[in-house]
Design a protein around this ligand. Sequence first.
Ligand SMILES: Nc1nc2c(c(=O)[nH]1)N[C@H]1C(S)=C(S)[C@@H](COP(=O)(O)O)O[C@H]1N2
Ligand SMILES: [Mo]
Length: 173
Amino acid sequence: MTVHDPLAPHSHEPNPLPPTPDADMTVHLPDGSTRRIAPAALRSLDFIPADHLPERLSTPLQVTVPNCYIVSTGHGTSGPFSFTGLRLLDLINLLWPGEWTQVEVVSGDGFGTRALRTELAAPTSRPILLAHTLDGQPLTRAGGLVRLIVPSETDDALRQVKWVAHVRVISDG
Ligand SMILES: Nc1nc2c(c(=O)[nH]1)N[C@H]1C(S)=C(S)[C@@H](COP(=O)(O)O)O[C@H]1N2
Ligand SMILES: [Mo]
């Protein structure tokens, strides 16, 4: 990470408006191939390839993390929320059997964060999620539609990326 890294921690006024009408997420894999996943497919899991590797995945695949807060330095704290979705680690393991070291998660409005594989693989009951559901209801367009939820981030919401548009799996090695 460099000082000019646009995904490095930075202060930011949250964008209140959904960026584009296209709500699909594109996953970019280290070999240059891409997979497009609609929010409904993330909920139903019907994007899962037939040849997936079940032994590398958590059970159940859909996980709920309760007592999440969105802590904004600008407009206060909201929550507690219960977010449901797929672990980011499981999404990657479903689509990419090869090596990788980190992942970038970027929204339609160019807001993003990254996570190292070591962070995603560390055992926890509060994993990083690609959330599609908030308190049992599908996330709305205004609410972020597909939102990265990083339960361990409780300072400034800078990793709670709404409108996830691109997930870029990177192999540095
Ligand atoms: N895509 C996107 N996600 C974002 C932001 C943004 O501008 N764009 N702002 C972040 C910041 S700074 C805050 S405080 C929270 C606000 O989340 P809320 O709208 O659910 O309160 O979203 C975070 N996620
Ligand atoms: Mo914020």
